[in-house]
Design a protein around this ligand. Structure first.
Ligand code: HEC
Length: 272
């Protein structure tokens, strides 16, 4: 081996060693970070220990030994905000009756006369209609047997469509309730109702008719169906119950009945 060749070999080995040493030094100076191997700081450990001691002694001193009897406050009842009883508001007998009529109306009349009672096209309105507000007799005749032909409602002429009889579909109570609902909702009449007894009489009188009425056949007079208003409709009734009389005086009782009859006569005389 020539001297030149040896020198070259030496130079080569030297440069390889240099490279290796540079690479080694680099790994030592900038070690690759490894997760989870960082040392836990001592100051943080001390703070944690202090928190555990202080917190633990506080809970121990105030927990009452974790006994149920020490922590249960007996007699506690959740309060109900004023004005909220948790129950639906009580409906009066009148409101219940009208509600029954509303259900019948929605099931039967709604499709033609609309929920608002405004009618549509050749179907006349019920809102403030004279056929609703005036006598209950002809109103019952219309509902029981239906109506057809020329008809004037609130000054507007109708007659393009017929109303079918409802006597087969509805019983006396349903007719009475729906008439009461229509009178109350669309006619604003709340001081008198139509009872099922009234419809029973109307059905006996008019129910045999085979076809619909025409408006010319219906009396323009404000004839009311005969029959008494139920006791619960009278506004003075609850007061009388709240004040129980020690001795029911026969004179007072008859006077009350008399005045009731006078009231009915008044309605009838007014309407005939
Ligand atoms: C199939 C459609 C239809 C149904 C259902 C119907 N009606 Fe009628 N109703 C009419 C038509 C049409 C007239 C007008 C008939 C005419 O022009 O002669 C009318 C007329 C009336 C009238 C007289 C006119 C007025 O507007 O005041 C009253 C009252 C009435 N209906 C109440 C009712 C009630 C209450 C019900 C439900 C129990 C009912 N109708 C169900 C179609 C209907």
């Amino acid at each position: 081996m020539s001297e030149q060749q040896e020198n070259r070999d030496y130079d080569h080995k030297q440069s390889v060693r240099d490279c290796a040493s540079i690479a080694n030094h680099q790994t030592e100076e900038n070690p690759k970070p490894h997760q989870g191997t960082e040392p836990f700081p001592v100051w943080l450990l001390i703070i944690c220990v202090i928190i555990l001691i202080v917190g633990g002694s506080y809970v121990g001193a105030n927990s009452g030994g974790f006994e149920f009897a020490n922590n249960n406050k007996s007699g506690y009842e959740p309060g109900v905000p004023a004005g909220l009883s948790g129950k639906a508001p009580e409906l009066s007998e009148f409101e219940k009756y009208v509600k029954g009529g509303e259900a019948v109306y929605k099931a039967v009349c709604n499709g033609c006369h609309q929920a608002t009672g405004a009618g549509q096209g050749q179907i006349p309105p019920l809102v403030e209609s004279e056929w609703v507000i005036n006598g209950t007799e002809r109103f019952a005749q219309i509902v029981l047997n239906g109506i057809r032909g020329p008809l004037i409602v609130k000054g507007v002429s109708y007659g393009g469509q017929e109303m079918p009889a409802q006597k087969g579909a509805l019983n006396n109570k349903q007719v009475a309730q729906v008439m009461t609902y229509v009178r109350s909702k669309f006619g604003n009449i709340n001081e008198s109702i139509v009872t099922k007894e009234m419809i029973e009489i109307a059905r006996q009188k008019f129910g045999d008719r085979p076809n619909q009425y025409t408006s010319a056949e219906l009396s323009p007079a404000q004839t009311m169906l005969p029959g008494d208003q139920p006791e619960w409709l009278a506004p003075e009734e609850p007061e009388a119950e709240a004040e129980p009389e020690p001795e029911p005086e026969p004179a007072g009782e008859s006077a009350r009945i008399d005045s009731g009859q006078t009231g009915n006569e008044l309605i009838n005389s007014k309407t005939t």
